[in-house]
Design a protein around this ligand. Structure first.
Ligand SMILES: *[C@@H]1O[C@H](CO)[C@@H](O)[C@H](O)[C@H]1NC(C)=O
Length: 165
């Protein structure tokens, strides 16, 4: 009995972990850096950045930027770092953030069937109110993480309790 509850608990925990996606916060008018890293390296890779799985943000073909298909929304606002390509680093910088830029950005490296996604949040800069220092933000995200780990254990306890009746 206990064993099966533990197994259920484990699976809830695992599925919860898998859904934890990296989130980056940016402010309107500022830039955001969206990471894309491959541990494997190969010369002249193809890497494709997409917004919400559809809009073309940035294409790197055989180690070169291919701007032809880029969605006009991103025109003159994107940058990658060619000197980093050979290290498997296809990190994208998006400038002049707009509210409508918020959403999920995925980088696909077709050769390795690799996909790396980042959720971008775009906030308005608050005038007069000082932004929270990073240390506080760090504590908050740690707290969120602890909560997200506690949920499956709580669910497991409830299940255990229900099964004992
Ligand atoms: C990838 O490239 C960006 C832009 O140059 C840099 O900021 C970042 O540190 C690099 N990441 C790694 C893991 O090298």
């Amino acid at each position: 009995m206990l064993k099966s509850v533990l197994i259920i608990c484990f699976f809830i925990l695992v599925s919860n972990e898998a859904s934890v996606q990296k989130t980056i916060q940016g402010f309107i008018g500022d830039s955001a850096v969206l990471p894309c890293l491959s541990t494997k390296q190969l010369k002249d890779l193809n890497a494709h950045w997409r917004y919400e799985d559809s809009k073309n943000v940035y294409d790197i073909e055989e180690g070169k930027w291919s701007p032809n298909e880029q969605d006009p929304v991103y025109k003159s606002r994107t940058e990658t770092f060619p000197a980093e390509y050979s290290k498997g680093n296809f990190t994208l910088k998006l400038r002049k953030l707009q509210k409508s830029d918020a959403g999920s950005y995925c980088c696909f490296i077709t050769e390795f069937s690799l996909q790396m996604c980042t959720a971008l949040q775009v906030k308005e800069k608050q005038k007069g109110i000082q932004a929270k220092p990073d240390s506080i933000r760090g504590i908050e995200s740690k707290a969120e993480r602890i909560v997200s780990l506690l949920i499956p254990f709580f669910a497991g306890t409830v299940l255990l309790w229900l099964c004992e009746w």
